[in-house]
Design a protein around this ligand. Sequence first.
Ligand code: PAF
Length: 292
Amino acid sequence: MQNTATDMVVATTITGVRESVANARAMGSTIGFVPTMGALHKGHLSLVERARKESSFTVMSIFVNPLQFAPTEDLAKYPRPVEDDERMARESGVDLLFRPAVEDMYPGKREVTVAAGEIASEWEGSSRPGHFDGVLTVVAKLFNIVQPDITVFGRKDLQQAALVAAMIHDLNMPVRMIIAPIVREGDGLALSSRNRYLSDDDRRSALSLHSALQEIRRAFARGVTSTVELEQIGRSVLDLTPNVRLDYLAVVSPTSLARNDDVSKTSAAIVAARVGSTRLIDNMTIGGDDEN
Ligand code: PAF
């Protein structure tokens, strides 16, 4: 029941999604779900690939969710390459593409939203107040609409992934979550919809985020286990790079996002910085065989 790259269904209504998913289930399919905001790149496609391995009917949503944008962030400017996105979704083997309008997702006054807990209080949460409440609210709604067996999120947004995992656990949502590895360009730059805003010079400077994380990994491999020291090593790489304004760099638990002194090989180094006028984030596991 997997898509052959031509027969993707595009649904714009909640009823349409429910019907299509019900048909797939009636034919014995298991449902995999990849929520996105579009502006698709190879990172998103790797999530689809993983969903297709783990389920037999893959649903992708493309919805630029106003609830997760602060009034200061330019929601209207968020890229919406509708035709390219649709083509890429189709070619990657998505079976059902859900593209709702804002009025379908948020038809009237809202009484209830999901409140993100402590994990949201720092890092992305402190520079984007309310952002994660908006993310969790839309993800909860999308889960209720699609009712997937599995869902795939990217590790690039580590704090988001940790919060969605916490929501699934705390609210007993019947979905298994898979966190897929970060996809990088050959030179290490983590794929992001925002990379399209980088000038050539900015792009060169943006590589320092990956270099800083790698330096932390190397230092940990040499035996440095002090959080403060590891963070300082990462910061010194960014301090030397032109055009980079550091927002935060920290060594944290990958699940609670708490910064603590118990650094272990599963700890994650996380970084956010403005490169030129583009804000980028990245992260890396500090030990083990694999950066992800
Ligand atoms: O990661 C994203 O693209 C968004 O935050 C998500 C999960 C699709 C919710 O709008």
